[in-house]
Design a protein around this ligand. Structure first.
Ligand SMILES: *Cc1c(COP(=O)(O)O)cnc(C)c1O
Length: 393
């Protein structure tokens, strides 16, 4: 008999009742070190006092009014994002998938308004992930996500990750944009080298097409900059954000330049919940924390500590791990044994990690984890590697 919850997930037999900072707690009191953050969502850990405070205060005042009216929390969050990024304007969504939908619509509308309605194609890369809507799965294009769900939304051209020559060759007079994650998350923590992001920016400029960055997973301080593309010294025309920006409250956004957003006039897009007072109150608190003096320096310092320890573990367990990769606190351990076995052994050691493609386990801890949490993370990852080694004889 089908479970009452549609069984589209293979869930671990873990059931948490409470979260505290970098820790998740089961009903029986078992405490798990959370290096997953609900897939890069709980950017400030669990039950952060400031987030709890702004959410409860907002909940006591006003939950929802719809976008038929002005929403001050939404304006404040948009102003903050405009102040701290390349963007001139922001649309709020509830999720990364919805941000993808708007990014695609915005790029196509841009060219439609420029009397180039034939420019509808968007170039994407293998291993990418842009959400589970019809546009999202068509954008990513993998068989795993698309099989059985046709006909797929047309207009996506799929290239091999890292194939810059392929990009130049794939651009035609029907191309509207290139869509890429600066660091692939689901694809296995695969960073796009800075030089390649720079080259993509240049290719877009020369061809007169738009660069759309999907920073749903790698954004909001995760890599040690507010947004990952800042490392390459470039800016996109359109950017998708979600996950970390809500700190656990469902919130996403599309950021854009005035030029790229110019086709999106009144009535061209909307969302009932997008940018509601609850989500935006929390989003403001998250962005204020992450942009506070010294916050990102601390992310980079702790990322350095963790990475150094991980390099040591990889050296000590060459039969379990192949390499460390990633950027900031968006780290991946490429495994030599099954990554699922490593994640499961982690559960035995009361450690939460997240599997990704390419046989990688992801480490996406809260950005504000303590030095003690970093040390504990290294101990538990080492214990996990030891457990896997014994298990494999
Ligand atoms: C998670 C993710 C999405 C989809 O976000 P949802 O909030 O699950 O809809 C899109 N792009 C990237 C890079 C992601 O990691």
């Amino acid at each position: 008999m089908i479970p009452s919850v549609l069984p589209t997930y293979n869930r671990a037999p873990l059931e948490f009742v409470k979260g505290e900072g970098s820790w998740l707690i089961e009903a029986d009191g078992r405490r798990f070190l959370d290096l997953g953050s609900g897939i890069a969502v709980n950017a400030l850990g669990h039950a952060h006092p400031k987030l709890v405070e702004v959410l409860s205060t907002q909940a006591q005042n006003l939950w929802h009014v719809s976008n038929l009216y002005k929403i001050p929390q939404q304006e404040k969050l948009a102003d903050l994002l405009v102040e701290h990024t390349f963007a001139d304007t922001v649309f709020f969504t509830n999720s990364g998938t919805e941000a993808c939908e708007l990014a695609v619509k915005m790029a196509r509308k841009f060219f439609y308004e420029k009397d180039q309605p034939e420019r509808v194609e968007i170039i994407t890369f293998d291993g990418s992930f842009h959400g589970r809507s019809s546009a999202g799965i068509a954008a990513a294009g993998s068989e795993k996500m698309t099989q059985g769900f046709g006909p797929l939304l047309p207009g996506f051209v799929h290239l091999t990750f890292g194939d810059l020559d392929g990009v130049t060759n794939a651009i035609t007079d029907q191309t509207a944009a290139i869509l890429i994650e600066p660091v692939q998350g689901e694809g296995g923590i695969r960073p796009v080298p800075d030089a390649e992001l720079k080259a993509l920016r240049q290719i877009c400029d020369e061809a007169g097409i738009l660069l759309i960055l999907d920073e749903v997973q790698c954004g909001v301080g995760r890599t040690g900059k507010l947004f990952a593309h800042e490392w390459a010294g470039i800016a996109p025309d359109i950017m998708m954000v979600a996950k970390g920006i809500g700190g656990g409250f469902p919130l996403g956004a599309v950021l854009a330049t005035e030029e790229a957003a110019s086709g999106m006039t009144a009535g061209t897009h909307g969302s009932t919940y997008g940018g509601n007072p609850l989500g935006c109150a929390v989003g403001c608190a998250v962005v204020e924390e992450v942009t506070a003096d010294g916050f990102l320096e601390e992310v980079n310092r702790k990322a350095g500590l963790l990475r150094q320890k991980l390099e040591g573990i990889v050296a000590d367990y060459p039969d379990v791990f192949e390499e460390v990769r990633g950027s900031g606190l968006m780290l991946g351990l490429k495994c030599k044994v099954s990554n699922i076995d490593v994640v499961n052994e982690g559960y035995e050691k009361e450690l939460i990690t997240v599997p990704a493609a390419d046989n990688v386990i992801r480490l996406l801890p809260p950005l504000n984890l303590s030095d003690e949490d970093v040390a504990e993370a290294a101990l538990r990852i080492e214990a996990t590697a030891g457990g896997v080694r014994i298990g494999n004889g």
